[in-house]
Design a binder for this molecule. Structure first.
Ligand code: NAP
Length: 301
């Protein structure tokens, strides 16, 4: 293990079990860590615990926020804290410009406030090298949910994967490996052609209303309302929907419930099913990103 982060001070704010593995990995690389939102966490040797973001902003070289970003009020989810932690305008004002913020997803209001204040905000969930590797625990977690929630095997099931992007491909490939009959639903001709090449049934979103009646398990990865009323009307009442798309998902959950269709929103699967793997993925990518961002700032000044 290299110690390329020697002398670098990182503030880790909130998160879930991934951070319990991410922090020691960063420490192994030489970073010193100050944590906010870990009062109830198991001991993390060497980590200094502080109560608020304002307590640490002057002491760190970069700030790391969770993969799920903030809620609409700027609230930061911290599994191991009962205190409310916010990343809002007041907090941003206290952050020196040389301190970059790493966060999974940033809401538009946060992005524009940071931009106005000249603070570098790096959205990590969008980066292929994180999203593709994260798709492995996400796909395993989604299939695990499907196994638990259905009375049938994945083998020979009629499984639909809506959206063939980084997560959709991983789910489709795993389902295929388990012997499911997999339908991949996409809108781009090149993606549909690749689905055929992979041995999937390829369906254009335009034909979903017609095709969806065959589905026994539906995995949605499209972050927009795709499973709306007209589509749900055609879904079998025995089907199970596992919706991975970012909150609020791509399903009309209220309507699905009215129809008696089991539909589950499944956020944060890597942190739930494989926090150790997910934490290590983050540590490896953060190491490079942190060095790159700290160096690029030094070059600018
Ligand atoms: P991605 O690579 O961008 O894939 C999204 C797919 O959705 C793309 O294939 C895209 O197709 C398709 N799409 C987007 N808008 C569409 C629309 N209006 N109609 C039809 N298709 C549309 O993203 P990803 O990394 O796979 O992530 C997908 C979602 O899952 C995100 O919301 C992400 O936050 C979430 N996620 C959740 C978990 C979890 O644990 N629950 C884990 C990982 C990711 P085009 O190429 O045609 O645009």
């Amino acid at each position: 293990m290299t110690t390329v982060l020697n002398g670098i001070r990182l503030g880790v704010v909130g998160g879930d079990d991934r951070e319990l593995y991410l922090i020691p990995e960063l420490q192994k690389q030489g970073a010193s860590i100050v944590g906010v939102g870990f009062e109830k966490a198991p001991p993390i040797p060497g980590m200094v615990r502080k109560s608020t973001i304002q307590d640490i902003v002057g002491e760190v070289d970069a700030l790391l926020f969770p993969m799920f970003g903030t809620d609409e009020r700027g609230g930061v989810k911290a599994k191991y804290s009962d205190s409310s932690i916010a990343l809002n305008k007041e907090v941003l004002q206290a952050i020196p410009q040389y301190v970059p913020i790493f966060i999974g997803w940033a809401r538009p209001a946060l992005k524009s406030a940071a931009e106005k204040m000249g603070i570098r905000l790096i959205e990590t969930a969008k980066l292929d090298e994180i999203a593709i590797l994260n798709s492995i625990p996400s796909a395993e977690g989604a299939i695990h949910m499907a196994i638990k929630e259905t009375p049938i095997t994945i083998h020979q099931s009629e499984s639909f994967v809506l959206g063939l992007g980084r997560t959709g491909w991983s789910i489709a490939r795993m389902l295929k490996g388990m012997g499911a009959s997999v339908t991949g639903v996409a809108r781009r001709p090149d993606v549909l052609a690749r689905a055929v090449e992979m041995g999937l049934r390829a369906v254009h979103f335009e034909d979903l209303e017609e095709e969806i009646r065959r589905a026994e398990i539906i995995f949605n990865t499209v972050p927009t309302l795709i499973l709306d009323r007209p589509i749900l009307d055609r879904v079998s009442r025995d089907a199970v929907i596992i919706d991975l798309a970012s909150i609020p998902g791509g399903t009309d959950f209220e309507y699905a419930d009215m129809l008696g269709i089991k539909a589950l929103l499944a956020p944060g699967l890597p942190g739930l099913v494989a926090p150790k793997t997910a934490g290590k993925i983050l540590a490896e990518v953060y190491r490079k990103l942190i060095l790159l961002n700290l160096m690029s700032y030094e070059h600018r000044i």
